[in-house]
Every structure is written in C-alpha cells, then in structure tokens.
Design a protein around this ligand. Structure first.
Ligand code: GCU
Length: 370
C-alpha cells in the first residue's frame, strides 16, 4: 500500500503543551527537561561522543539504545535478549549498550538524539511519534482496538504497521518493531473515576501529543502534557490530580504511592516503538540487516512474553502494598465522549482510512469480551 509522505513536525508538543500548563509549571518543566538533557549529553560525552556514531577503544562500533523504563521492566528484559543475540552474532563488530531510566534524556530528547545519530536506537511511545510524523496519530486514537487480541493482531499485521513505520524515514529514523505497553487507564490521588463527569476540572497528566490533549478535552478533564520522568514529582507536589497509564506506572514508577484510585477506563492501547537512526539502518549490509531483523523479533517476543506477568505482579503489589483501589467503571460513556475523534482523524488524514478499515477487521474477529 502506498501512502503519501506526511508532514514532519520538528518541535514536538509545542502547541499542546502551551494550552493547559501555567507559566510557573512550564518553567519548572523546562528546568527539569534541561537537566535531563544535560545528563544525556554528559553520558554521551563520557562515552566519548556527542553528536556522532561512536567506536569503543577496542575498535567495536558502539550501539547506544536508550529507553525510559526501569531495569525491572519487560522492555529492558527484551532489550537484554536483543543485546545477547546481536552480540552472539556480530559481537566482533558491535558493542551494544543499553541506557534505561531516561539516562539519555526524556523520550522526546532521545528521539531527537536518534534522528541526529548521536544514539542509534531508542524506545519511544507511539504517542510522541505523532508529533514527528502524523501517520502515527492512528494508533493513539482512544478506543481504536476492541480488545487486547485485536490490538496485538493489528500490530502484527504488516499491512497495518508497514506503511506507518515506513513513513518516518523522512524524519531520519526507521521504526523497526513495536513493544506492548498494555492498556491505559486513569488514576488519581483521591478521586474515584466512575464516569467522565468525575474527571471534570481535574488536572491529568497526558503524554505530549495533540491526540491526548483532545481526548482529555472531550472527557472534560484538564490535560497537562509532560514527560514521563517528571510525573512522579508533579503528583507528589499536587501539581496534578492524576495521570493515565498502564499498571506498571503504579509500581515501577511509584505513582501508586501517591495515587490511590486506578480506574479501568481502558481508553487507549498505545504501543511503544523501537526506532533506529536511518543512517545506521541504511548502512547495514544485507546479512547484517537480516540478523538485526531477527534480533528485533526476539526483542518483540521476549518483551510481550514478560508483559502479562509483569502486569499481574504490578496489580498485586499496588493493591496489597500501596493500597491502590481498582475500579471497573462502565466504559460506554467514556467511549461515547471520545467517539468523534475517529471521524475527525479520518477527515484530517484520509490516507489512513484503508489502514483504519483493516483494524476494524481485526476488531470484528476479536471482539471485546462482555
Ligand atoms: C508507558 C509507555 C512509555 C511512555 C509512558 C508515558 O509507560 O510504555 O513509553 O513513556 O507510558 O506515559 O509517557
């Protein structure tokens, strides 16, 4: 399927960020962001480079991979399997180094470092990629997938992801595989969310993407876009009333220490994407590319296999150790509130309609369980 190349936006989240955050909050966020970016630069400089591909003292080419999760997270486990596989096959040429926990900066910063080739790969939420290449908007739509099975089948379908992954090449990176990031749900410090009306007036952290800001607008809450690494502090300082994410954010990122209500609104299933610097990817020989492709598959499978158990463990810990209450609301009113976004997206990006239709086929095959 041929798709028109979309418009690339190089200043991520500038508009959505300005809509809802006060001047003081913006300054605080700027400070935090600058600090993490400086840390990233220091880490790169310590490794002997900033702004160009590196080589280790032993003559090996360094491949730096950044992500924003802890070393307990399924994504890190998957990347370790990738590292082991590539080192086993191409260890005489490449030295794979993994930087977890935003050590190389926020996701936005890591995407930019990957674009320039300062690092080779990073894991970015599909939400953020929407601000680099608008075709990614599709996977950010609330209630796009009818079930986790439909989500997985869609993300495994090359006719669905192929054209979207291809479209970021003009932005200087290639999307090489997707990772599970579960289902996103709202959680708050002290307000149980049973209906959209409960969100009214609450300041809810969302990821830095126009789709997420629009979603909150339709649900009646006040969207506060910020990077993942800043959310815990903002919750603790009560700059936020809540946030939305999968269950691992409660435990791995400590949000459940502050937020005591987690409501299964199941409003989004947004994949994470491993992106690679285009120059690096294009420079691989055919044989190397085949090995890397196998490595990406190993990463995808390992991460997904670890996901279900990790969610179960997180729920257990949140409930029993952090005292988080889990709520199971009727999701129909949430779905109705954001339903216009599907039409809006199709009207704005008509090229995405055939892919949207393919997703509906998977939805029909894997309907939600009542
Ligand atoms: C999930 C996702 C991350 C993302 C985070 C967020 O944890 O896996 O990639 O950064 O949500 O809400 O920002």
């Amino acid at each position: 399927m041929q798709m028109r190349y979309d418009k690339v936006i190089h200043s991520p989240w500038r508009e959505c960020a300005r809509q809802t955050v006060t001047k003081e909050e913006r300054m605080l966020m700027k400070k935090i962001t600058r600090r993490s970016f400086m840390a990233a630069m220091a880490a790169l400089a310590a490794g002997g480079l900033a702004g160009c591909a590196g080589s280790a003292g032993n003559g090996l080419e360094i491949i730096r991979i950044g992500h924003n999760q802890s070393t307990n997270h399924p994504t890190h486990t998957g990347l370790l399997a990738f590292q082991e596989f590539i080192s086993g096959k191409l260890g005489d040429k490449y030295d794979i180094q993994i930087f977890p926990s935003e050590l190389l900066g926020s996701q936005n910063e890591m995407v930019q470092l990957t674009q320039t080739g300062a690092i080779t790969f990073c894991v970015a939420s599909n939400s953020l990629l929407e601000t680099f290449s608008q075709n990614y908007t599709l996977f950010n739509l609330p209630y796009l997938f009818s079930s986790a099975e439909a989500y997985h089948a869609s993300m495994d379908d090359p006719d669905i992801v192929g054209p979207i992954f291809e479209s970021t090449k003009q932005a200087g990176f290639e999307a090489v595989t997707w990772l599970d990031a579960g289902t996103r749900n709202f959680y708050t410090i002290d307000t149980p969310i049973n209906t959209p009306a409960d969100l009214r007036g609450l300041k809810i952290r969302v990821q830095q993407s126009p789709t997420n800001v629009r979603m909150m607008e339709l649900l009646g809450g006040s969207a506060t876009p910020m990077g993942f690494g800043d959310v815990y502090t903002a919750l603790q300082a009560q700059m936020l009333d809540g946030a939305e994410n999968n269950e691992l954010a409660l435990t791995d990122n400590g949000h459940g220490d502050v937020c005591k209500y987690y409501s299964y609104t199941m409003h989004q299933m947004i994949p994470d994407i491993l992106i690679g610097n285009l120059g690096f990817m294009d420079g691989l020989s055919e044989e190397e590319r085949a090995i890397f492709d196998e490595g990406f598959q190993i990463l995808n499978q390992t991460q997904r296999e670890a996901w279900t158990d990790a969610v179960e463990a997180a729920k257990d810990k949140a409930q029993n150790e952090q005292g988080v209450n889990f709520i199971y609301p009727d999701i129909a009113p949430f779905q109705e509130a954001v339903a216009p976004m599907h039409e809006e997206m199709l009207a704005e990006y008509p090229d995405l309609a055939p892919i949207y239709e393919l997703i509906q086929e998977h939805n029909a095959e894997f309907e939600a369980q009542a």
